[in-house]
Design a protein around this ligand. Structure first.
Ligand SMILES: NC(=O)c1ccc[n+]([C@@H]2O[C@H](COP(=O)([O-])OP(=O)(O)OC[C@H]3O[C@@H](n4cnc5c(N)ncnc54)[C@H](O)[C@@H]3O)[C@@H](O)[C@H]2O)c1
Length: 715
């Protein structure tokens, strides 16, 4: 043994070839935490001083190669000042350089995921051999940063500027075929052969068949491109990245800028550029929010993992209703491997549900994501039926019939009689789970499972605990959501549950802005620029004006002190004029079909005429910050109230639910992290400034307390 550390070992094999193996003790994956970096440094020192070593293979003892840096270390590290962060990145780069500078051929055997720092480790070798089952990529931009262990320097020198820009700025994870085509790896082999193939490549270098020094030299030199060509490549790349990433995500553009700035430099100087740029992006609010989001996601997964332990086994499911939601639930359940019976009272609805599922599957087949055999198998896992005769051995039933409490209660009570002790759930969006449970003999076996439309696209499922719902029922619903590939968040029962309770105050903010003279199109534009996938008027059109008005009524009844209004809301006016939004081609906007047959929104001047009588303020252009404050404060204060009322268990779960459920701008990290980015004290002051608009704008007690103590929602 040449070296043995906690994460890295080096052993001499035959023929003077050393195996440097990553195997982080006590963890299921390899990652580059500070200790692993130090270990690599010591292993390199040991290799340097050993004349027996003629070549090196880099391997992993885990199923993955190396998944990247240890993100749990980022929060503390990024809290340092820019110069300190740059110093850290530069020191890490010295370790990679020392390894790269070992004057022997080095080959990485990529057996599984090699991401971020893991891939940068591979780039410090002269060659890379990849398993057919592995995947590689630079996901750093998804955390608001860019590669900081030499990736922006070595990638363009090895694979060309165009490819490096694409790989680094889009943050994709790539399969072997693409990795080979783009020049990221030198060979792709069968999974079991990856280590032997890497050793063989070292031997070929040692036999003089391959000039490994020339390969290394390419990485040490400036980019071998004439200036004119270089300029063209970076100009095209920048334009593409600017367009794709947009202004709210600065890291991809900064990566391109660093690559361009360092293009004419040798390795060490180029790495200084990378480290400085890395430190700059690490200090952006986007990086804080997106690293926070990653950690929140981990936390939610951990909480769910614990909750799901008490789950019953789920082999077979059923769904009541084959409409938009029931059909979607059946499709998703089958797609992810849980057979499902789909019951409706109308033959036609069953046909529609099955047709929709086969359309979605056919799309997958045409995109090459699925073969015809798997499509057939998936479809056969959905069993349409008009009777309860097929409800034997069902473990979970999701009710998704029309939104009417009486019908739902009667359907649920009927189902309870037909299934022996199965867990029941309702996909209601507005009816109390506790109230629906009143119709059941065993209310403990019943909870809410609130999916979002379209089911196959939306990642969130709210699992709702009614007053009598048992822990086992909650666990089973969490488990079923996970089996369907969704992210569940458990919440307690209240009007609107978590997501709609927080979303409707935002719509209330919109109504008040229009009442006070704001142009709904200006509000849409400002909020989209803020980072929402669409503005509030457009969102209401997509959700359905009728659905929105009904839900707003439920919310007003549930929270009359702050959600009732004494003026006619613009959505109500649209509703009265039978403008239901996209579903009937007209709402705030008018919808025409584009070339692909998708609805395209166009301005309809009549909307202004209809709204006019409700506008009491003077019509004027509002300041963008004013619009943002008036839209975001109600959403944020209501999120805090959900924490105060124990509707949701933690700040992390609240934020993740809003990101997964309604597309809260991820780079702002969720409502509570958004408050943190402003500061609890400053946000409480902002609430005071707008408190004259009503209770939705008043600072809740929890915010006041945190502001007084100088605390944040996230430590
Ligand atoms: N559409 C959405 O965006 C959305 C989002 C979240 C939740 N939800 C909720 O999901 C539920 C279903 O909504 P949808 O949009 O799919 O409605 P939908 O009208 O498209 O489908 C309802 C289906 O239920 C069937 N049905 C009626 N009575 C039945 C019974 N006794 N047994 C079996 N089937 C019966 C109808 O034939 C119809 O096919 C509602 O509670 C709704 O509030 C809807």
């Amino acid at each position: 043994m040449i070296y043995q550390g906690n994460a890295v070992s080096v052993q001499l094999l035959d023929d003077g070839i050393a195996e440097l193996k990553f195997d982080l003790q006590g963890e299921s994956v390899n990652k580059f935490d500070r200790a692993t970096l130090e270990d690599l440094s010591k292993a390199t020192e040991a290799l340097k001083g050993n004349d027996q070593v003629k070549g090196i293979v880099v391997t992993s003892a885990k199923n993955v190669f190396i998944v990247g840096a240890d993100i749990t270390e980022f929060t503390e590290m990024f809290a340092q000042d820019e110069a300190e962060i740059a110093k850290w990145s530069r020191q890490a780069n010295d370790i990679f350089n020392a390894f790269e500078d070992l004057d022997v051929p080095k080959v990485a055997a990529i057996n599984g995921f090699a991401l971020g720092g893991g891939l940068e480790m591979c780039l410090a070798c002269e060659f890379r051999v990849m398993s057919e089952q592995a995947q590689v990529g630079f996901p750093e931009v998804k955390l608001g940063i860019y590669p900081g262990f030499g990736g922006t320097v070595r990638a363009p020198r090895l694979m060309g500027v165009d490819n490096a820009i694409e790989w680094i700025s889009a943050g994709g994870q790539h399969k072997p075929e693409k990795a080979f085509k783009d020049g990221m790896v030198d060979a792709v082999v069968k999974h079991d052969d990856v280590r032997d193939a890497a050793i063989d490549l070292v031997k070929q270098c040692l036999a003089g068949k391959i000039d490994f020094r020339a390969k290394r030299q390419e990485k040490l030199e400036p980019l071998p491109m004439p200036p004119m060509e270089q300029m063209m490549a970076f100009q095209t790349g920048s334009a593409m990245v600017q367009q794709q990433a947009g202004k709210n995500y600065p890291a991809p553009m900064e990566a391109v800028k660093s690559m361009q700035k360092a293009a004419g430099m040798k390795r060490d100087e180029a790495l200084d550029v990378e480290s400085k740029g890395f430190a700059k992006v690490a200090k952006t609010p986007q990086a804080t929010a997106m690293v926070g989001l990653f950690l929140a996601d981990q936390q939610v997964k951990k909480v769910n993992g614990k909750t799901a332990k008490a789950s019953r086994e789920i082999k077979n499911a059923a769904v009541l209703g084959a409409g938009i939601m029931g059909g979607g639930i059946a499709f998703q359940s089958a797609l992810k491997g849980t057979p499902i019976v789909m019951k409706d009272i109308a033959d036609k609805a069953l046909d529609l549900g099955m047709n929709e599922a086969s359309k979605l599957l056919a799309k997958r087949v045409s995109k090459g994501k699925m073969d015809a055999a798997k499509m057939g198998k998936t479809l056969s896992m959905i069993r349409p039926t008009l009777s309860y005769g097929d409800f034997t051995n069902i473990d979970v039933v999701v009710e998704a019939v029309v939104e009417n409490p009486k019908i739902k209660q009667s359907v649920l009570a009927e189902t309870e009689e037909k299934v022996d002790g199965a867990v029941l759930a309702s996909n209601t969006s507005t009816i109390s789970i506790t109230r629906l449970a009143e119709a059941l003999k065993k209310p403990e076996n019943f909870g809410g499972m609130h999916f979002f439309n379209p089911v196959h696209m939306m990642p969130l499922v709210e699992v709702i605990r009614g007053e009598k719902t048992s822990d086992e029922t909650v666990a089973t619903l969490v488990k079923y959501a996970q089996k369907m590939g969704k992210n569940p968040v458990v919440v307690n029962d209240c009007p609107g549950f978590l997501v709609n309770r927080v979303l409707f105050p935002y719509f209330a903010g919109f109504g008040m802005l229009v009442r006070d003279g704001a142009d709904f199109q200006q509000v849409d534009k400002v909020m989209q620029k803020f980072g929402w996938p669409m503005g509030p008027a457009y969102l209401l059109d997509v959700v359905g004006i009728d659905t929105g008005v009904h839900a707003a009524e439920v919310m007003a009844e549930g929270f009359p002190d702050r959600m009732q209004h004494d003026f006619k809301d613009p959505s109500e006016i649209m509703f009265e004029n039978e403008r239901y939004g996209q579903k009937n081609g007209i709402g705030f906007y008018k919808y025409e079909e584009d070339k692909k047959g998708k609805p395209k929104k166009v301005v309809d001047e009549k909307t202004y005429e209809l709204i006019k009588p409700m506008v009491t303020g003077e019509s004027k252009e509002f300041d963008a910050d004013d619009i943002i404050a008036r839209m975001m404060i109600p959403m944020c204060t209501e999120t805090i109230r959900c924490l105060e009322d124990n509707i949701v268990g933690s700040a992390a779960e609240a934020d993740m639910a809003m990101i997964y459920g309604i597309g809260f701008p991820p780079f702002r990290g969720g409502p509570l992290r958004y408050i943190d980015s402003i500061g609890t004290k400053a946000f409480a002051e902002l609430c005071d400034k707008y408190a004259h608009l009503g209770k939705l704008y008043e600072a809740p007690q929890m915010l006041k307390d945190k502001a007084a103590k100088g605390e944040a929602f996230f430590a």
